[in-house]
Design a protein around this ligand. Structure first.
Ligand code: PLP
Length: 421
């Protein structure tokens, strides 16, 4: 493990960025570096480790499955884990009457959502939102509405993808104030169908119900229902990217549940595999079944070991009511950050999908200050990272299982760092 930064420099392409620490071990919400120094983890692998590191149920499921059947490829044979995980995802679909398919990564789930929506509607255009993040493959990057560095120089991108503003109220695209605005930004979707691409050509709208990488913006309660209504009125499918917001992170199983919206398709990944790569697409059976046999899948998608881990994750989420715990602890995080009355810093988010947006005295996003906060936190033993369009939002994404004392200790560190940076 010696000299990881130097070896990284020599062997790893610089396009793949990484944090500065070499980590060796994790347990719950704690991580240890190669020298044995302990850190609290407010990254959770960017919302992946909902159950914390090395949760015994996930470790046991992985060990057992690895010793029984590691891989066959679902295209060549059936096995229990794939079918059982598809059944579980169908059970979690809020509309009932669902079918599911499994893949490896979030981006792949998004790509397959678009493929499925195109097949089901016979239409091709896709509308997505500014500030949203959907992945780094060419199609998911084309849908992404942020990240100059991540998007520059990789084109041409798939065509017929259109963007409209998200309800980023803290930086309103229309320079209006909620609630006087009447959620006018939602009408930009309708406007898009009138002026830029006809609904007659549009297969789906892809939306993150609450922005993750784009800076933890939570839309007002009326926004997502209005987006869903516009989609329904125009015969356009609604795809929810719940890759970061789903599986309890926001305090409900799906972030859409906060808004009473049932999307036609839901993309899930990140927390699903408890650290193993697996993603899923679940939605209305007639939409999912629009793709003919052979149109979906991959070599590793729904690998038996990843499925075993995912089934353990879903069991624990349910048995320990982790969505409920995320709602309660998220309320405490918000209260703690508000009480701190940090200058030029705004807590944002829902449940344990939280962030602290730091700004300059004149209210502009301050990415440099966010970097200093993250570095000061690391010095003091707390791991977090920046996100948002300007890198101005410091992530507070601990495991949903984090002990309350560790959460409070981490928040103390964050508050001190934000005050001093
Ligand atoms: C909302 C959202 N969608 C899609 C993705 C892409 O997932 P992956 O990195 O697994 O491809 C991410 C990753 O951060 C995400 O946050």
């Amino acid at each position: 493990m010696a000299d990881l930064p130097g070896r990284r420099e020599e062997a790893v392409a610089r396009g793949v960025t990484s944090g500065p620490l070499g980590l060796a071990r994790g347990e719950g919400a704690r991580l240890w570096d190669e020298n044995g120094r302990e850190y609290l983890d407010f990254n959770a692998g960017i919302a992946v480790m909902a159950l914390g590191h090395s949760h015994p149920r996930v470790v046991e499921a992985v060990r057992r499955q690895a010793g029984e059947l590691q891989h066959v490829c679902f295209h060549t044979a059936l096995y229990e884990g794939y079918v059982a995980l598809a059944e579980r995802l169908c059970g979690l679909y809020p509309g009932g009457g669902a079918k599911a398919a499994l893949f490896n990564s979030g981006a792949e789930a998004v790509e397959n959502a678009v493929k499925t929506a195109r097949r089901a509607t016979g239409k091709q255009a896709v509308v997505a939102f500014d500030h949203a993040f959907h992945g780094r493959t060419l199609l998911s990057m084309a849908l992404t509405g942020l990240g100059k560095t991540a998007k520059t120089g990789f084109g041409p991108y798939p065509s017929d993808i259109h963007h409209v503003p998200f309800a980023t109220c803290a930086h309103c695209p229309l320079r209006l104030e909620y609630p006087d605005c009447g959620v006018a930004c939602a009408e930009m979707l309708d406007e898009c169908f009138r002026t830029r691409v006809s609904q007659k050509d549009t297969a789906c709208v892809v939306v993150e119900p609450v922005l993750g990488g784009g800076g933890f913006h939570v839309p007002p309660p009326e926004w997502l229902p209005r987006i869903a209504e516009i989609c329904r009125a125009h015969g356009v499918l609604l795809v929810a990217d719940e890759i970061q917001s789903g599986l309890g992170r926001t305090g409900r199983m799906w972030a859409c549940d906060h808004y009473g919206v049932v999307p036609d398709l839901i993309c899930t990944a990140k927390a699903l595999g408890g650290g193993l790569p697996v993603s899923g697409l679940v939605g209305r059976a007639e939409v999912m079944d629009a793709v003919e046999p052979g149109g979906l899948g991959s070599t590793f998608g729904g690998n038996p070991v990843a499925c075993a881990a995912a089934l353990a994750v879903l069991d624990v989420l349910d048995e320990e009511n982790l969505p409920g715990r995320a709602a309660r602890l998220g309320g405490e995080v918000a209260a703690r950050l508000r009480q701190a009355e940090l200058p030029h810093a705004e807590p944002r988010g829902l449940g344990l999908l939280r962030g602290l947006a730091v700004s300059t005295p004149d209210g502009g996003p301050d990415g440099e200050r966010a970097k200093r906060v993250v570095a000061a936190c690391r010095e003091a033993g707390l791991l977090t990272s920046p996100c948002g369009l300007s890198g101005d939002v410091v992530r507070t994404l601990p495991p949903l299982t984090i002990p309350e004392e560790e959460l409070a200790r981490g928040l103390d560190v964050l508050v001190r760092a934000a005050r001093e940076a």
